[in-house]
Design a protein around this ligand. Sequence first.
Ligand SMILES: Nc1ncnc2c1ncn2[C@@H]1O[C@H](COP(=O)(O)OP(=O)(O)O)[C@@H](O)[C@H]1O
Ligand SMILES: Cc1ncc(COP(=O)(O)O)c(N)n1
Ligand SMILES: [Mg+2]
Length: 572
Amino acid sequence: MASFTILPAPSSLFANKNCLILTPTLASAKGFTVKYSRVSNSPSISLGARSSIQLQTFAAMQEKGTSALNGDLKMKIPHVLTVAGSDSGAGAGIQADLKACAARGVYCSTVITAVTAQNTVGVQGVSNVPEDFVAEQLRSVLSDMQVDVVKTGMLPSVGIVKILCKTLREYPDQALVVDPVMVSTSGDVLAGPSILSVFREELLPMAGIITPNLKETSALLDGIKLETVDDMRSAARLLHNMGPKHVLVKGGDLPDSSDAVDILFDGDNFYELRSPRIKSRNTHGTGCSLASCIAAELAKGYSMLSAVKVAKRYVETALDYSKDIVIGGGPQGPFDHLLRLKSNSRDCQRLQAFNPNDLFLYAVTDSGMNKRWGRSITDAVKAAIEGGATIVQLREKDAETRDFLESARACLKICQSHGVPLLINDRIDIALACNADGVHVGQSDMPVRVARTLLGPEKIIGVSCKTPEQAHQAWVDGADYIGCGGVFPTNTKENNTTVGLEGLKTVCMASKLPVVAIGGIGISNARDVMEIGVPNLKGVAVVSALFDRQCVLTETRKLHTILSEANVSILH
Ligand SMILES: Nc1ncnc2c1ncn2[C@@H]1O[C@H](COP(=O)(O)OP(=O)(O)O)[C@@H](O)[C@H]1O
Ligand SMILES: Cc1ncc(COP(=O)(O)O)c(N)n1
Ligand SMILES: [Mg+2]
């Protein structure tokens, strides 16, 4: 392991190719180990296995004058290169690898070895990519990008395997995950028996791990029978003798097993990885996805055992989530790698993006008030919507999480049936769990940027603001609207300073986002609020004026009438 002394010149990374100049913080950000010498107390760094390729790349970047290495050091992203076949149905192969890596937050580049015409029924055709062109793709990626792990899938010819092995010897710095794909789940041959000897002699000995399923294990071991977990263990040991550092024999197809059992062997120890077998037709691509996820976790720096455990948990979770989705009519459906498709199809019920006019009559619930008047949150929400509320926010400050989630789900159904968006106050977790339309956060809640990352681009995010600076920040951070107040004193918030109508007007004029006014607003003063006459003031948000009253329906109707009249007078 090479060792470099760190020189105190933080503005550039390199003096020359042999001398690194970087601060300990930058060094550890780059993934180097920073050691402090006991004698001089001056730090030095140790470079791991991939140092030489990183050094070459850094040097090349410096020669080109890349600014990434000056000032702020840009982030190195974990990178998997998959060398595999394309599946037109996108359940397995390259497409599964891309999705699995995306789901695991790792960059994935692709070298395509074959194009298959494939769907949920089976494989209708295969066209191999010419060997020279596989070689060219490999060189393109490996000569330029910092690949951490190479993962192989369908390698349809002896020539392609040989080219791959030759190229990997020229670029020896990546870990290698080999999924020795031979037969698809549908029973179609993706690489014939002629491949076996080059697999055994050239590719497997280079691998950090191989991940054969039962059929592939049997084929590699001259057709031995695999019927029990003990058979899988013996087979794993025999495969290990062929040279790979780890062997994972996958038992997805083990007959009569209520669990999905995989055996990992590292040459010394066996690890039996067990999870409940999920009853689903949507298991096409599990093997490809498992191997890609192992590669992704290795690229992040996890140990082999951790990578395999995470990968198995990932496949199990995705299979369980996807068991009732329907894609294609055949017996082998794909699953949802990103765990998003079901919630997206529910999202379709709100067919348009956020409409600022929805802020017109904004009902904010309060569990204490509704309890005092002896009504459930769902009854309160139903009445408010029937009375004309155009958006609803659940603000249940002291509800237990499970009760809150249950009410939120019930309210969402009511809101969806009326086309009214439902937002959750503060609790991003509840919003995600029930797939609400969005959240409303305060200045000391989850920051808007973080909420946006967690919720995605389509959800509505509102934020409470009292000042023009906060309104500007809300816009910069990607909020959809701001709530400005308290306009008047209110008993729903203690020690809340009020901004008054003047303060409201100032914030509205500074805000690039639509505004809803909040705080002490009701039937007696809603008109005054709307008449400040600023175009981006879209409505009022009310708590007590609706819910601290005997009849929510009547109060909402009255307020709706007042707001509509105010709107008419503003427009004229
Ligand atoms: N029905 C299932 N429920 C849970 N896990 C499964 C199921 N089928 C396969 N797996 C898991 O998916 C991974 C891929 O296994 P397998 O289907 O045997 O490979 P391949 O797709 O290469 O044939 C393994 O970790 C296996 O345990
Ligand atoms: C291009 C390609 N690569 C790999 C597989 C194996 O996946 P599975 O075993 O799930 O059918 C496949 N069907 N197609
Ligand atoms: Mg399978």
